[in-house]
Ligand binder design. Structure first.
Ligand code: MG
Ligand code: MG
Length: 254
C-alpha cells in the first residue's frame, strides 16, 4: 500500500468520518450499563453511523470465509480486540473495549475506548486510566518531523513504568482510503528517532493495548476474538490522528 499523503479535501473527509465515529462512541458509551448485550451496543453504533450517511467499516471485513459480522468490536475483560457482538450480557465489574470504524465518501476513521461497567475494581480502573493516557503520550509525538519510533517509545515507556505490558502482535496503522495502510504504528519495541518520518498530510491510527499480565495473546475459537494468554485484564484506546502544521489533530474525539 505505501504511505499516502492526503490532500486538504481528503483530510476534510477524514474529519467528517471521525466526527461520525465520535457520535457512535458517544451513543454507545451512554448505553454501556449492566444488563445490556453487546449486540444492542452494536445496533446502536450501526444505527448512528448509517443515520449520518456513513458506512460501518468493520462489517464484512477480513477473510471472505469468516468475515467480521458486526459494526463494532466488543471485547470484555481479558479480551483485547476483535470481540464479536452477541447475546452476551455485560455485568457490573466488567470492563468492555469497543472499537468503531466508519467510512465517509471513501475515507476512514477508526477509534476505540475501554469503559468500566457499573462499579469496577481499582485495579481495572487504573488499567483503563493508564491506557487512555498512554494513547495521549503517543499522540503528543505525532508531529511533523518526528518518526513512528517516537510515538512507540512514548507509549511503551509510560505504560511499562506504570507496570503494564504492551500487546506486540497487534499494532496501529496508517489510515485513509483503506482502514489499514502503511506505516505500521507499533506500541512496543521501537527506538525514538527511528522508523518512518511523519509528514504533513499523513493520517495514522494510534492504538495502545495494555495488559495487566503477559503481553502474549491468543485467538479464540470464533477466529476473531483476541484475548490475553493468561486471562488477565486488557484495555485498548485508539484515535485517528492527522499530521498537520498545527500539530496532531485527533478526528475521533467523543
Ligand atoms: Mg480500531
Ligand atoms: Mg485500528
Amino acid at each position: 500500500m505505501g504511505i499516502t499523503i492526503k490532500s486538504s479535501s481528503e483530510l476534510d473527509l477524514m474529519r467528517e468520518a471521525g466526527r461520525i465515529v465520535g457520535l457512535a462512541k458517544l451513543g454507545v458509551s451512554n448505553a454501556i450499563k449492566p444488563g445490556v448485550t453487546t449486540r444492542t451496543l452494536d445496533e446502536i453504533a450501526e444505527g448512528i453511523i448509517r443515520a449520518e450517511g456513513a458506512i460501518p467499516s468493520f462489517k464484512g471485513y477480513g477473510d471472505p470465509h469468516n468475515p467480521f459480522p458486526a459494526s463494532i468490536c466488543a471485547s470484555i475483560n481479558d479480551e483485547i480486540v476483535h470481540g464479536i457482538p452477541s447475546n452476551r450480557v455485560i455485568d457490573t465489574g466488567d470492563i468492555i473495549s469497543v472499537d468503531f470504524g466508519a467510512i465517509w465518501k471513501g475515507l476512514h476513521a477508526d477509534s476505540a475506548f475501554t469503559l468500566g461497567v457499573g462499579s469496577i475494581s481499582e485495579e481495572a480502573a487504573k488499567l483503563i486510566d493508564v491506557t487512555r493516557l498512554s494513547l495521549e503520550k503517543g499522540i503528543e509525538k505525532a508531529v511533523i518531523g518526528n518518526r513512528i519510533g517516537d510515538i512507540c517509545f512514548a507509549i511503551q515507556t509510560y505504560a511499562e513504568n506504570e507496570g503494564y505490558s504492551l500487546v506486540r502482535h497487534y499494532v496501529g496503522h496508517g489510515i485513509g482510503y483503506s482502514m489499514h495502510e502503511d506505516p505500521q504504528v507499533p506500541n512496543w519495541g521501537m527506538e525514538p528517532g527511528l522508523g518512518p518520518l511523519l509528514k504533513e498530510g499523513m493520517a495514522i491510527a494510534i492504538e495502545p493495548m495494555l495488559n495487566i499480565g503477559t503481553y502474549r495473546t491468543k485467538v479464540l475459537s470464533d477466529g476473531w476474538t483476541v484475548a490475553t494468554d493468561d486471562g488477565e485484564l486488557s484495555a485498548h484506546f485508539e484515535h485517528t490522528v492527522l499530521i498537520t502544521t498545527n500539530g496532531p489533530e485527533v478526528t475521533t474525539r467523543l
